[in-house]
Design a protein around this ligand. Structure first.
Ligand code: KIV
Length: 271
């Protein structure tokens, strides 16, 4: 029997046990009650209320504009749909970078107002003070290394990170520092699979990959990408499990046509 079926609620400890047992961790993003309910009932281990909400929910080009209160609204909605999985809430850009006191205040606000179980923030050495401060207040922290979208204007592109020796060395060091600082897991985004394998094997906490190959301890995908809602986004790492855009397009066109032709509602669809 799998570790995740033996227990009721997924906790950070469960994830640690899963890593030790070699059981892979499944994580998906969600931003609202209805999808969170489906994902939780399907048996997902972790729901990430990602700041990708800025892109897929609000239509911004980057993750930078989303505010703490907007993240809190999404997280509150998600938490209402969840019975069992662990909910991780992204700390948005501008609410933790300046100093660890501000980071702690943001994390406490998220925990108090959403009922989420943990927070995620981007960065390695630069974010260590904040990670330590938040963890010391009893709030579990997930790290995020590699392609960190809040730094898009520093990178200039969403291409694969840490291909060069210096950046790979910094990432390996950052991963160890985050672990020492008390992070319970680390997202590795868009880095070479060999590097992700090395990092995953060097840590006792789990790594969750996105575009980081099959050796991570778990995988995460943005729901709009894997369900085929976001058709323009086609990176190599993405597996599309549905073509929801086409299905929704077909359904809505049929509905429009049924309304126009007075086919809907019929006699059985009225009082
Ligand atoms: O915001 C997000 O969806 C994320 C994932 C891509 C890991 O951080």
């Amino acid at each position: 029997m799998s570790v995740q079926k033996e227990i009721k609620k997924v906790t950070t400890h469960t994830l640690q046990v899963m890593k030790s047992a070699g059981e892979k961790i499944s994580m998906i993003t969600a931003y609202d009650f209805s999808f969170a309910k489906i994902f939780d009932a399907a048996g997902i281990d972790i729901i990430l209320v990602g700041d990708s909400a800025s892109n897929v929910m609000a239509g911004h080009e980057t993750t930078l504009p989303i505010t703490l209160d907007q993240m809190i609204y999404h997280a509150q909605s998600v938490v209402r749909g969840v019975n069992r999985c662990l909910v991780v809430v992204d700390m948005p850009f501008g609410y933790y970078q300046s100093n660890s006191e501000i980071a702690l205040a943001s994390a406490i606000k998220i925990m108090k107002e959403t009922g989420g179980h943990s927070v995620k923030l981007e960065g390695g050495e630069e974010a260590l003070d904040s990670v330590k401060k938040i963890v010391s207040a009893g709030i579990p922290v997930m790290g995020h290394l590699g392609l960190t979208p809040q730094s898009i204007y520093k990178f200039g592109t969403y291409t694969v990170r840490a291909k060069e020796i210096d950046e790979a060395a910094k990432l390996k060091k950052d991963a160890l520092l985050l672990q020492e600082a008390g992070a319970f897991a680390i997202v590795l985004e868009k880095i070479p699979a060999a590097l992700a394998k090395e990092v995953s094997e060097s840590l006792h906490i789990p790594t969750i990959g996105i575009g980081a190959g099959g050796s991570c301890d778990g995988q995460v995908l943005v729901m709009h990408d894997m369900l085929g809602i976001n058709v323009e986004f086609k990176p190599r790492f993405l597996r599309k499990y549905l073509n929801l855009y086409e299905q929704i397009d077909g359904a809505v066109k049929q509905y429009i046509s049924d309304v126009k032709s007075s086919d809907f509602p019929n006699e059985n669809e009225q009082y």
